[in-house]
Design a protein around this ligand. Structure first.
Ligand code: SAM
Ligand code: SF4
Length: 359
């Protein structure tokens, strides 16, 4: 039986399990009126949870060195065009101080899997940040580590961890990563992070090479099981010097549609406007907020290094994507009736089924 769009959306909002064919039908929506209907509903859900405030996090890109060789990423170890740097402890703390001065209450430390930024070293950095800023949240996004490593980082005071699952399909995973990396390890890392009590973020690129709608359905079903507190997704963008340098970028429209679907499914989740959206679309930030996103992560990386963190071509790090230019972001948000919310914006519970809480 063919379901109406209202019935499909209702299933996403309230079914214990969303059947694959419902996700599939919604992912294939292209009619602009239906897309607008889904976005409107998602926006209402987001506003019911967060009002008109948009959380901000200061993003500090701590290293462009990576031992991994993900085929899509400009920082992959074999990319000879990549420019490498790593920030030292003092430099990172200075960035946190500058971010605190600007009013940020979350610092996000992101980087490649840099062997010189070991678990012990990073735990020391996190502990130092938390001793100076005990009230502020520290989010890490530094890839796959051992259970012991994650435990060390959690014990040092890290509050949140972003680790996209990238794709929930094993074949697709093997097309995006070298043999040395495995989907099982990625997913085990996510389970471990949850077990340790991190607020966990996951997600995927939209339009990565080889991705089909069936893969995206699997992604949505995987997220439904994982129940992450944060969900990051952005369009794939080709990166110079990688095997995918000549591939087409992913679709911003499709990314925004998926943001809306995720908002409907996870009303309380933290869903950022990713830099990849803003890179491909001049008013991408506004469009993503109006589609149900509720977090922006302005860049706080020291200017001399910012251009070296080129995970993909033409990555935006200036204008309203820069932490130093918050007033530009404030103006953008104001133009659509929103404002910057400087509070910590934690999320401990993800309501993803009718009344049932994930943890
Ligand atoms: N190394 C850590 C990791 O992989 O989880 C964190 C840094 S990594 C650069 C952060 C995210 O960037 C990845 O999870 C991936 O989804 C995204 N990314 C990498 N290359 C990309 C590309 N070419 N286009 C869009 N997003 C990309
Ligand atoms: Fe390294 Fe992350 Fe890029 Fe993979 S996506 S190459 S792990 S920085």
């Amino acid at each position: 039986m063919i379901k109406s769009i209202e019935e499909l959306v209702e299933t996403v909002e309230s079914a214990a399990v969303v059947p694959a064919n419902v996700w599939q039908a919604l992912l294939n929506v292209t009619d602009s009126h239906i897309v607008a209907y889904i976005a409107d509903r998602a926006r209402m859900v987001a506003q019911a949870h967060f009002g008109l405030g948009v959380y901000v996090r200061a993003l500090i890109e701590i290293s462009s060195c990576c031992r991994n060789n993900c085929l899509y990423c400009g920082l992959r170890s074999s990319n000879r065009l990549a420019q490498r740097y790593r920030l030292g402890k003092e430099h990172i703390i200075e960035c946190c101080r500058a971010a605190a001065e600007l009013g940020f209450n979350t610092f996000v430390l992101q980087g490649g899997e840099d062997p010189l930024q070991s678990d012990e070293w990073l735990a020391y950095v996190v502990a130092t940040i938390k001793s100076e800023f005990p009230e502020k949240a520290v989010t890490l996004s530094v890839g796959e580590r051992s259970a012991i490593g994650y435990a060390m980082l959690r014990a040092a005071g890290a509050d949140r961890y972003l680790l996209r699952h990238e794709t929930a399909d094993s074949w697709h995973y093997s097309q995006l990563h070298p043999k040395s990396m495995s989907i099982d390890n990625r997913q085990n890392c996510l389970a471990e992070l949850k077990k340790l009590g991190f607020q966990v973020g996951s997600g995927m690129m939209v339009g990565s090479p080889g991705q089909t709608t069936e893969h995206l359905v699997k992604d949505l079903m995987f997220l439904d099981e994982l129940k992450p507190q944060m969900i990051g997704l952005g369009p794939f963008i080709p990166a110079a010097g990688t095997p995918f340098a000549n591939e087409h970028p992913g679709s911003v429209d499709r990314t925004l549609l998926i943001i809306s679907l995720l908002r409907l499914r996870f009303p309380a989740a933290l869903i950022p406007v990713t830099t990849a959206i803003a890179t491909l679309c001049a008013n991408g930030t506004e469009r993503a907020i109006l589609a149900g996103a509720n977090v922006v992560m302005p860049n706080m990386t020291p200017l001399e290094y910012r251009e070296k963190y080129t995970i993909y071509n033409n990555k935006k790090g200036s204008g309203s994507e820069s932490a130093q230019q918050l007033e530009l972001l404030a103006r953008k948000l104001d133009s659509i009736g929103y404002f910057i919310d400087f509070s910590r914006g934690d999320c401990w519970e993800v309501k993803c089924e009718n009344g049932k809480l994930g943890s």
